[in-house]
Write a new protein. Structure first.
Length: 128
């Protein structure tokens, strides 16, 4: 399990504000089957599991899921997540402990941690 500090998680250079990404994301990779990082633990399409903690006000930059679907499960704190479809339509929800956030294939998302930060686990599955 790798522990990684991401500055401006999913930084998006062409966006500003929350969509750009900012702050610190302390991540513990539970496992990864992402291309180039394969641990070869699974023979299924299960791609990653990560335990992440965002500092207060940290933002996950806007990014799209072209080959995976992903779900966040909030463990602690608050996280405002916005899902964006390819037509640009947006839907925002504020997550609290016990809430989940789903990103379907082809959708994008970005989010901002609340005043106490946020801790969540994320799981991704490859399409196919």
């Amino acid at each position: 399990m790798a522990r990684v500090l991401y500055l401006a998680p999913h930084e998006n250079a062409v966006e500003t504000g929350d969509r750009h990404g900012r702050g610190k994301d302390f991540a513990k990779w539970i496992f990864s089957e992402e291309p180039g990082l394969e641990e070869r633990l699974f023979s299924t399409r299960f791609e990653l599991a990560i335990d992440a903690r965002l500092d207060p006000g940290a933002a996950i930059g806007l990014h799209f899921h072209d080959r995976t679907e992903e779900i966040y499960y909030l463990l602690d704190g608050e996280l405002s997540m916005t899902t964006v479809d390819r037509s640009g339509r947006e839907s925002t929800a504020t997550l609290r402990a016990g809430d989940a956030h789903l990103v379907r294939l082809g959708q994008g998302h970005f989010g901002v941690a609340g005043s106490a930060g946020a801790r969540f686990v994320a799981f991704a599955v490859r399409a196919g």
